[in-house]
Design a protein around this ligand. Structure first.
Ligand code: 1VU
Ligand code: NAD
Length: 331
């Protein structure tokens, strides 16, 4: 085992959080029960906020950033895990209050680990990452609500060419729901069509302030944008439909009215991946293992070296990443 290893650490510099690469030793890691040798982490939108210092993500400093990781158990003081087990961690406060995945080694609590489904490699698991696992939670929420039907009315996905959006399009299409993808990047249409999108709506059309009740179109939706986009999605949802809201890539505002909810029984289903309990995580990973075509998954992500992280963080915040980015922390 290497004596020192590379990690991306956010520290307090003159009262401001500042991130950079730093050499750590095992003795620097938190005293949690399971030592994991990390192979890959990823760049989610939230990581972009943390790494660039543009969002209030790290709530304790110093903080090893990275909200997810995939790796192999090296040592365990918990009977739940043994050396050699392949594991994934998503959320649980990683990069906020707990040290995260941008490191070669991390010590984690046993309950934060999910067993890697057999069908996925460590690289593929991070190709999915927190964004993809959240997309699965959103589809679970829509189905549980009874909002969507195979071959039924259209289902909207906003921020469709991003991480959550890409996986949501693929999962919804696989289940036979007619998917309409919203993006501001026409050059991604072919990619989104290959994932299963049957139609497109320009993101600008969803950003204009509209009437509180608009023509009913969507049976349901997965929204990673927030703001006026989410409000319009709700205003255009059919009686009894639902929008699963998980993101704020456009805005954290909610500048709408109660009218879609009280006159059309439209539900706003909030989805949080960070503290989702194990049964929901297991259901989401089971869905991903069952419904996410591996060949399609490979077209959704790129693998980048660790040192590219600061640049990748800027790119994701600028909306310039298509699909997902896996970070190889071994390089
Ligand atoms: C993968 C998941 C994602 O991508 S989520 C999207 C990325 N997240 C963000 O952009 C959130 C960044 N955070 C913020 O902007 C601020 O911390 C927000 C949430 C607005 C709260 O700030 P502020 O209004 O100043 O309040 P505060 O810090 O005193 O906290 C108020 C209570 O809220 C809690 N809180 C804070 N952050 C979180 C969080 N991330 N998850 C869950 N709870 C959170 C605080 O603990 C506090 O609660 P309490 O009063 O201690 O009980
Ligand atoms: N609730 C959760 O647990 C959870 C989990 C994962 C992601 N998220 C949130 O979901 C969102 C998406 O995450 P991601 O990792 O897929 O990010 P991403 O950057 O890969 O995807 C976001 C997409 O939204 C597009 N976009 C940006 N601004 C927009 C705007 N104003 N209008 C329309 N589209 C816009 C981008 O071009 C991009 O395609 C983020 O806000 C993230 O914080 C939340």
């Amino acid at each position: 085992m290497a004596e020192t290893f590379n990690a991306f650490v956010i520290e307090d510099v003159d009262g401001k959080p500042k991130g950079g690469f730093k050499q750590l030793t095992l003795a620097d890691l938190p005293d949690n029960d399971v030592l994991v040798e990390v192979a890959y982490s990823t760049v989610n939108y939230k990581d972009g906020l943390a790494v660039s210092g543009k969002g209030r993500i790290a709530r304790k400093l110093p903080m090893v950033a990275g909200i997810d990781l995939a790796g192999t158990v090296v040592e365990s003081r918990s009977p739940a895990w043994k050396p050699g087990d392949k594991v994934v961690a998503n959320g649980w406060g990683l990069s906020e209050t707990q040290w995260g995945g941008y490191t070669r080694f991390q010590r984690l609590k046993p309950e934060w680990l999910t067993r890697l489904p057999d069908v996925f490699s460590l690289e593929e698991a991070m190709g999915i990452g927190t964004a993809g696992y959240t997309a699965a939670l959103c589809v679970d929420a829509l189905e549980k609500w009874g909002a969507v039907q195979p071959g039924g009315k259209e289902v909207l996905v906003t921020g469709a060419a991003g991480g959550v959006g890409s996986v949501a399009v693929a999962l919804l299409a696989k289940r036979g729901y007619p998917v309409v993808a919203s993006t501001g990047r026409p050059e991604t249409h072919e990619y989104l069509r290959s994932l299963g999108a049957g139609g497109f709506i320009d993101r600008a059309a969803l950003q204009e302030k509209g009437a509180p009740l608009q023509k009913e179109r969507w049976a349901g939706g997965v929204d990673s944008v927030g703001g006026q986009t989410l409000v319009n999605a709700l205003s255009q949802t059919v009686w009894g439909g639902a929008i699963a809201a998980c993101g704020l890539a456009g805005s954290s505002d909610l500048p709408g009215t109660v009218l879609p909810h009280i006159l059309r029984s439209v539900a706003l289903l909030g989805v949080d991946s960070v503290m989702a309990p194990p049964d929901r995580r297991d259901a989401a990973w089971t869905r991903l293992a069952r419904d996410l075509d591996k060949d399609l998954l490979k077209t959704m992500y790129e693998v980048q070296p660790f040192e590219a992280l600061p640049d990748l963080a800027s790119r994701i915040l600028a909306g310039r990443i298509r699909g997902r980015v896996v970070v190889d922390v071994r390089g």
